[in-house]
Structure formats: C-alpha cells, structure tokens
Design a protein. Sequence first.
Length: 119
Amino acid sequence: MTTKPERKTFELPSVSVIRYSQDADGCVAHALDFDLVAVGETEDEATDKIRWAIKAYIEYGLKNYWDEHIIFRAPKEFSNLSPENVTLKIMEPIIVQDRSIGLAKAIPTHEPRPTGAVA
C-alpha cells in the first residue's frame, strides 16, 4: 500500500505581480512569482494565457505535492519594480482550489536601455 506524502503548510502569495512588456512577437506577460511567461498578439491575449498558465501550474504542483517548489521567483533583473519605473494596476484575482490570488499588472513606464547604449 502506498501512502501520500505528508502535506506541509503552504501559502500562495496574496498578490502576484505580472510584468508586461512589448517585443517583436507582441505583448509579453511575465508572472514574477512563478517565472512563467506568456506571449499574445495583444495585451488581452497575453493576459488570458498567463492567467491560465498560473492556474494550471499551481494546480499541477499541488496535485503532485510540489508545494515547496511552486513559488519560483523570476531573476532579479525582471523584478525591479520601483515606483519610478513601473505603474501597478490591480487585476481580477484568480481562484485556485478555493484560494484567491490577487493579480497586479506591472507596466514599465520606460524600458531601461542596454548597457553601452548610445543616446
């Protein structure tokens, strides 16, 4: 007889930040707490995809008892969210197994130029 691993206390973030940017393929949505990325031709399409990806990722992790590995933060160069370089807007939360996760949209007010860029 197999037994399931003992479930540890696990807390999802109460609010998760999604960073938006534009590239040649369209709008990029990057969920910083999970290091998940979705690309859409429009911001709405990228938002729909990243919301689905977050929900599926968390549900799969919980189902497989990977609680301690679900939170996987993006590298620091993507999460520089100071008030002078982003605008935050509250989005509709997502529900995962009776847990509500608030979402905040981080829109850069300007993209930093690469090192060595000429003005």
